[in-house]
Design a protein around this ligand. Structure first.
Ligand code: ZN
Length: 164
């Protein structure tokens, strides 16, 4: 049976809690997380914890912010006009979207709240500064295709689902 290591595509079901036991996130029942191991698709602390596991193994991992989404830096929120989103876009707290930074580099923003014509966003991941408590199960481990390794991410069962 193959083990989780670099250049493997891993399927996971998981639930993520904060230190007080509050659920932050979980993989969908019918749609587990599929990622390419060793390609920084998931937080480094979880990747480290999963290395060497096999399909069927359950796991628990406590990941420090440094090995997770980084420390909280207290950066100022960014205000984005509602009009810069598609008209019928559903905007909810916690949702992420990509924008361009000052040098034109891709930069993620997370919605904090919608205030009338303004969408207040954070440049910090909502889980920055949070110790992450993961519980889950390795569902599948397979060899990555050459194309997946080249792209640095896993592709779905139908092959390529995107255009980069
Ligand atoms: Zn790809």
């Amino acid at each position: 049976m193959s083990k989780v290591e670099n250049e493997k595509v891993v399927t996971l079901s998981y639930t993520l809690f904060d230190p007080s036991g509050r659920e932050l996130e979980r993989s969908a029942e019918d749609q587990p997380l599929v990622y390419l191991h060793g390609a920084k698709n998931i937080v480094p602390g979880l990747e480290k914890e999963l290395t060497g596991k096999e399909a069927g193994d359950e796991f628990q991992a406590v990941v420090s912010p440094e090995q997770g989404y980084g420390p909280k830096r207290g950066l100022k929120p960014v205000r984005v006009p509602r009009s810069s989103f598609e008209k019928d876009a559903k905007l909810e707290a916690g949702m992420a979207f990509m924008t361009r930074g000052p040098q034109g580099q891709p930069m993620p923003l997370w919605i904090k709240k919608v205030q009338g014509p303004t969408v207040v966003c954070s440049v910090e991941h909502p889980f920055a500064g949070v110790e992450l408590h993961f519980r889950g199960k390795v569902v599948d481990v397979r060899d990555a295709a050459a194309e997946e390794i080249e792209h640095g991410h896993a592709h779905g069962p139908d092959g390529h689902g995107h255009d980069h």
